[in-house]
Design a protein around this ligand. Structure first.
Ligand code: UT7
Length: 339
């Protein structure tokens, strides 16, 4: 837990934004390619459709659009932003996509870099950004969670291709006083020893170079997933980490306004809610429309809920992200909204 860090300053969540690709792919359409059905996908996952990046779109473009919407909501001037932190596992450029997003948005004073932690990426980035703000090293940070996983999915593997979609979400974070802190606490975890159940790994082939020396070919294999293992991991670790966070902070599950989990499977959302006896109306879900957009799910869901007037200033939100790595984390947040 962040006992020392949180005594310095506070972090305010003052804006949100999101963007999704135009193409909407339904379960029935996936059924035209692999042996699956709308009924199986809805029953096992809660997903009805997902949005897929098409011609003229890209991860950079979605990230910039989500970021712009968050900047607009926050009412920030372009020159006031200190950092653009892009959580993604699927950059348009392996050297990083954040600087392209920074340039597209015209944030000329902001440093920009990518952070990779798969589906936990947004939460990890939020907490990382929080450290710059608490210490007053920075005043304004744009955190973006975005992924374009549909380009790394094996569209002939029905066990995984039905789950994923593309999207981006962003949150504008500002330094504030400790009394007004909106990032109350967090807990982050990794366990690489269990990482093989969800991978997007390098191509494992070597080519001859010169003098019997060789080099490894660049490129990645499609997403490989043991769905049952990932499912068991999620329903065990997410309640445990949330329980840890609530207990340390002496917060009862009743006092939460919203549960905002990584959107991977409706059954996981329901299982976690039931474990804490949280009524399902307090569990934010947009899985039916977007599926699992990896690092984008949490800020995309938050932005929708804010814009629909569900999440209001002062609301207390427990959030948890989980996924490849394995990585998982949780945070307690209070939404403030624009001044
Ligand atoms: O961000 C983290 C990313 N990943 C996750 O969160 C994934 C977590 N896991 C899951 O959500 C679930 O495990 C899945 C949705 C992936 C699978 O659901 P399940 O209830 O665990 O199904 P299963 O793997 O046990 O498969 C049950 C049956 C199998 O057939 P048999 O062996 O019983 O005849 C599968 O072959 O369902 C079959 N199946 C499908 N059938 C129709 C697997 N995928 C499909 C499909 N359509 N798309």
């Amino acid at each position: 837990m962040a006992e020392t860090a949180r005594n310095i300053g506070g972090v305010s969540l003052v804006g949100s934004g999101s963007a999704t690709p135009k193409q909407r792919l339904t379960n029935d359409e996936i059924g035209l390619r692999v042996d699956t059905s709308d009924d199986w996908i809805r029953t096992r996952t809660g997903i009805a459709s997902r949005h897929v990046v098409g011609l003229g779109e890209s991860l950079t473009h979605l990230s910039a659009n989500a970021g712009q919407a968050a900047l607009d909501m926050a009412g920030w001037s372009l020159e006031s932003v200190d950092l653009v932190l892009l959580a993604t596992s699927t950059p348009d450029d392996l050297f990083g996509s954040a600087p392209k997003v920074q340039a597209k948005l015209g944030l000329s004073n902001a440093v920009a870099f990518d952070l990779t932690a798969a589906c936990s990426g947004f939460l990890f980035a939020l907490v990382t950004a929080g450290q710059f703000l608490r210490t007053r090293a920075m005043n304004r940070v744009l955190v973006i969670g975005a992924d374009h996983l549909t380009r790394w999915v094996d569209w002939d593997d029905r066990r995984s291709c039905v789950l994923f979609g593309d999207g981006a979400g962003a949150v504008a974070l500002e330094a504030t006083s400790y009394e007004q802190d909106g990032l109350l606490d967090f807990c982050l975890k990794s366990d690489g020893s269990r990482g093989d159940c969800l991978t997007l790994s390098q191509v494992d082939s070597f080519n001859s170079l010169v003098n019997e020396k060789n080099f490894q070919t660049g490129g990645f294999l499609p997403v490989e997933m043991n769905g049952q293992e990932v499912y068991k991991f999620a329903v065990r670790e997410v309640p445990a980490i949330l329980q840890e966070l609530l207990s340390v902070n002496k917060i009862s599950a009743d006092s939460l306004d919203w549960l905002l989990l990584h959107q991977a499977n409706q059954r996981i959302l329901d299982a976690v809610a039931d474990r804490f006896s949280i009524p399902h109306r307090k569990v934010l879900s947009n899985l039916a429309e977007y599926g699992n957009t990896s690092a984008a799910t949490i800020p995309l869901m938050l932005d929708e809920a804010v814009r629909k007037g569900l999440v209001k200033p002062g609301h207390l939100i427990a959030s948890s992200g989980f996924g490849a790595g394995l990585s998982w984390g949780a945070a307690l947040m209070r939404w403030q909204g624009p001044a």
